[in-house]
Design a protein around this ligand. Structure first.
Ligand SMILES: *Cc1c(COP(=O)(O)O)cnc(C)c1O
Length: 472
């Protein structure tokens, strides 16, 4: 890249397009068709369905589910796998995993309905979350789900009230907070004492004993979930599971029965080049601490299974060039700290404005997340890159997907794909700026199907009503 001296280059610690694709076996690039998922060119999906569109690889969902399953089996810790539905509540995605034997970890009545509609047996459903309403508890118990993870003494009281009123006994696990630091983003760490989740381990023995004496409540075990996108090795898991094992022994010494341990989810994935722990390492941590307790084990992965399986397919609306306001024409690195760091080239900044926005993919705005962004077109894939800011059309400066990212020059209508968008992508979308929810597509070999239609403009308005005094 022989550029005039002051021109900034893209962040050279970013992986190249080729490196990104090489690490994702369901994606490939073809001289004529460009970026392809399994056997379906993404351009074909864009032509048929429009953009922005989420596209998921069924083969990847299956492959990753079985990789996790295999790692646990190899470590001789046969655990039930409950897919954390909140990571991707698309019915076809959950159905694909259900057919491979996945249960579900759910956090609302809506997710329970979805898991049931996907064909998951209620006995393989675990209900987590700090605030389940009476109505949600009633609905869950009426469907005889496998387990409710209680997160407070107050909630145990609510479960008891609902269960006795219905004349049933609820299988309840106590979610404990092991006060370990999963060293992930502050917004997705859940296992520290200042987080809202679970009960302190020190309080657990007394609470568990109280559960055993509470009508309508059958204490079946303990649960933990220390955070999401854990990429700093498995030491936090090992610490949490060691604390759980001590707790199980203490409870048993009190004469209490502990049949199950729910190990939570949170296994991270490499979005950029994070050193994500392997399923084998997680399985080893589970085995090391909990393998000899004679308990039924459960794991609740979300992101690890579905994150890498999805892309967000979007097109360029336009490229906008603005003169740099940093003053010093040419913007040297030692000049303005802010202005020169992102996307400035020869004194101007290039903004690539996409038809996807933060209302579709919230992770960059919410968690400062990095997603690979690659051109779909075969020529653009191999064209020289220069730095740009990649943004959406929403009226927020936070609607910025990437700064100082290397992309080729892109024409209006050029397609680009956000990688690893299969988890906490569509599920966190909103209609901010009155933008309809994007379509979702499932690819399986050489087939693809729309598995959620793009929301229509009519549907966006459908629930709104004018009060009688404003009508007319
Ligand atoms: C979100 C969540 C999970 C899944 O987390 P991932 O990081 O997607 O694996 C598992 N268990 C509970 C209780 C959760 O809240």
């Amino acid at each position: 890249m022989a550029a005039p001296a002051p021109q900034l280059v893209p962040d050279d610690s970013d992986p190249t397009f080729a490196e990104l694709i090489a690490g994702r076996p369901h994606l490939s690039v073809h001289a004529h068709d460009g970026l392809t998922m399994e056997e379906v060119p993404l351009a074909r999906i864009a032509a048929a369905v429009g953009t922005p569109t989420w596209v998921y690889s069924a083969g990847t969902l299956r492959r990753r589910f079985h990789a996790l399953r295999g790692a646990l089996d190899d470590a001789r810790v046969p655990a039930e796998l409950h897919f954390a539905v909140k990571a991707n509540p698309n019915l076809a995605v959950v159905r694909t995993l259900a057919k491979e034997g996945a249960g579900a970890d759910i956090v609302s009545e809506g997710e329970l309905r979805l898991a049931l509609a996907a064909g998951i047996d209620p006995s393989h459903v675990v209900f987590s979350g700090v605030g389940k309403t009476l109505g949600e508890l009633r609905f869950a118990l009426s469907h005889r789900i496998g387990q409710i993870n209680a997160e407070s003494a107050e909630e145990i009281g609510m479960i008891s009230a609902v269960a006795t009123e219905m004349g049933v006994v609820a299988d309840v696990a106590l979610r404990v907070n092991p006060d370990v630091d999963a060293r992930t983003h502050a917004k997705i760490t859940t296992g520290k004492s200042e987080n809202k989740f679970g009960v302190a381990i020190a309080d657990a023995p007394a609470l568990y004993a109280r559960m055993a004496a509470t009508p309508g409540v059958n204490p079946v075990g303990i649960a933990v979930h220390i955070g999401s996108q854990i990429t700093s090795g498995v030491s936090a898991y090992a610490a949490a599971y060691a604390a759980l094992a001590d707790l199980v022994r203490a409870l048993r010494e009190q004469g209490l029965s502990v049949e199950r341990v729910d190990c939570g989810g949170g296994l991270g994935i490499p979005y950029r080049h994070e050193p994500a722990p392997s399923p084998a390492a997680l399985a080893g941590a589970i085995r090391g601490a909990l393998g000899n307790l004679g308990v039924k084990l459960m794991v609740e992965p979300g992101r690890w299974i579905c994150g890498p399986a999805g892309v967000l397919l979007t097109q360029v609306i336009l490229q906008k060039h603005t003169p740099s306001l940093s003053g010093s024409a040419g913007g040297s690195l030692s000049g303005s700290a802010e202005g020169s760091l992102s996307g400035s080239a020869g004194g101007s900044r290039r903004f690539v404005i996409l038809d996807a926005a933060m209302n579709d993919l919230l992770r960059p705005a919410m968690y400062d997340a990095w997603h690979g962004i690659v051109p779909v077109g075969p020529r653009e894939f191999v064209s020289p890159v220069s730095p740009c800011d990649v943004v959406g059309p929403v009226c927020e400066t936070g609607d910025t997907f990437a700064r100082n990212r290397g992309l080729p020059m892109l024409e209006p209508g050029s397609l680009v794909a956000f990688l690893d968008a299969g988890a906490y992508g569509a599920s966190m979308s909103s209609t901010y700026n009155a933008r309809p929810l994007a379509a979702e597509v499932l690819v399986d070999g050489d087939r693809f199907a729309v598995v959620r239609a793009r929301q229509t403009q009519e549907a966006l308005l459908a629930g709104q009503r004018l009060p009688e005094w404003l009508a007319g």
